[in-house]
Design a protein around this ligand. Structure first.
Ligand SMILES: *Cc1c(COP(=O)(O)O)cnc(C)c1O
Length: 433
């Protein structure tokens, strides 16, 4: 893309950002990023996606299981994705939300169960837990912006089944401590890797370390088919439950062959099947992941290396800096007022810094604070624990404080050295405000 367009878009992003309403406004979440920085997958589309899509269309078979000819795209994508992640099984689904719902159901989560999730997360994390009928229990985040293992331990009860570990914005959570904790308390780990596709923790792909992992291919994620998602696991029983739930309760021949046998009988499922067009685009996208990640990493490192020794400027802590994917760099200012002032000065310098977007402090969202489910008799809030639990701003105060002091420095896969130098120069100017 031409540099001129790029700068135009960056400027449009700045102009469109309603600073005062930043905290919980969905509009702010959506209008603050309109540059190529926010759409690395979409901006990488080329003849590879076109060729894959054309093949799918020419086959007249856009359904993954059958049609006028043999469907191949979703099946090939699942195989390639499992290989990339270093897992035995991958299941393509229609969205990240569908992937979370499928993963939780595969883990056997349902009414009466509790699922711990970070207070700083995305609506889908909370919603998927509600959909199973279980009770969401929020835990604090730490300076890595990910769930704090020490607070997770405090939130475990006899009803806790799963910890939903979210690898926020490209950086893995402290998996060693979380896995140890889970083993000790006999609970399972679901990794929400929607924002950290291809990232690693101590040499292993994020999403492959816990019992089950999930990804999103919505347009703001690293790779995209517009919508889409995936579930990965090494556990054949979890895969069979996931495959069945996502497709009416059935186990189709491809997945049965992969498993080698059918270990359980059917149960009720939904329809979260990925179609062949999405599979075709994702096949082409996946081949580009390493190139996109290498650019992000290089650019994020450049910015971090040049600002980390500034006295008094605090950076996001990275549990495994080598595995982080660098889709943004995060800094903490002294207070919310200082953060807002920092963002204002950065914008005056034509750098699209902004408060965190694409994730938020969930417990203070009005319908969450008020515990409004899809139906008054919904099981989540009708157990004794569900009735007594309190959300709101006070439920995870440390996370609120971190969230309010945090600013995002945008990193783009297509940034030039001049862009990056500009970001560094603007930080040096703005951070003392
Ligand atoms: C985007 C996202 C999801 C949901 O993915 P969709 O494909 O939009 O349904 C879930 N979790 C996190 C952390 C996300 O960022």
């Amino acid at each position: 893309m031409a540099r001129k367009d790029f700068h135009f878009n960056r400027r449009a992003a700045l102009a469109g950002f309603p600073l005062a309403a930043a905290r919980l406004s969905r509009a702010a979440q959506e209008s603050s990023d309109r540059s190529p920085t926010s759409y690395p997958g979409a901006y990488s589309y080329d003849d590879q996606e076109r060729r894959e899509l054309n093949e799918a269309l020419s086959s007249r078979t856009l359904f993954r299981w059958y049609g006028p000819s043999k469907p191949v795209k979703v099946a090939a994508f699942e195989k390639a994705f499992a290989e990339y992640m270093g897992v035995k099984y991958a299941l393509a689904v229609t969205s990240g939300t569908a992937a979370l719902h499928t993963a939780l159901t595969a883990l056997g989560v349902g009414p009466g169960d509790e699922v711990i999730l970070p207070a700083w997360a995305w609506y889908a994390c909370y919603n998927a837990i509600l959909m199973t009928g279980a009770l969401p229990v929020f835990a604090e985040c730490d300076e890595s912006l990910n769930i704090d293992p020490a607070d997770v331990e405090k939130k475990i009860t006899s009803q806790t089944r799963v910890v939903m570990v979210l690898h926020l914005y490209g950086c893995g959570a402290d998996m060693d401590r979380l896995l140890l904790l889970a083993r000790r308390h006999n609970i399972r780990i679901l990794e929400d890797t929607a924002q950290s596709l291809g990232g690693q923790y101590k040499g292993r792909r994020l999403g492959s370390l816990g019992d089950i992992g999930m990804y999103s291919f919505q347009i703001s994620k690293t790779l995209t088919a517009g919508e889409g998602g995936a579930v990965v696991t090494n556990d054949p029983a979890l895969f069979e439950r996931a495959a069945r739930f996502h497709d009416l309760g059935l186990l189709r021949p491809l997945h049965k062959d992969l498993l080698g046998r059918e270990a359980m009988s059917g149960f009720v499922g939904v329809n979260y099947r990925m179609n062949e067009m999405s599979g075709a685009v994702m096949l082409a996208q996946l081949r580009k992941l390493d190139t996109i990640l290498a650019a992000f990493r290089r650019h994020a490192r450049y910015v971090r290396d040049h600002i980390q020794s500034l006295p008094g400027l605090e950076l996001r802590s990275l549990p495994d800096a080598g595995g982080e994917i660098g889709t943004a760099v995060f800094v903490f200012l002294k207070s919310k007022a200082a953060r807002d002032e920092f963002v204002k000065t950065m914008r005056a310098e034509n750098v699209a810094a902004h408060p965190p977007t694409g994730s938020l402090y969930l417990p203070a969202v009005p319908h969450i604070e008020q515990k409004t489910a899809m139906h008054p008799a919904w099981p989540s809030f009708n157990t004794p624990r569900g009735k007594s639990i309190r959300y709101g701003a006070d439920c995870c105060p440390r996370t609120v404080e971190l969230y309010d002091r945090c600013a995002t420095l945008p990193i783009g896969a297509k940034d030039t050295e001049r862009d990056l130098r500009g970001v560094v120069a603007a930080v040096k100017k703005a951070y003392r405000t």
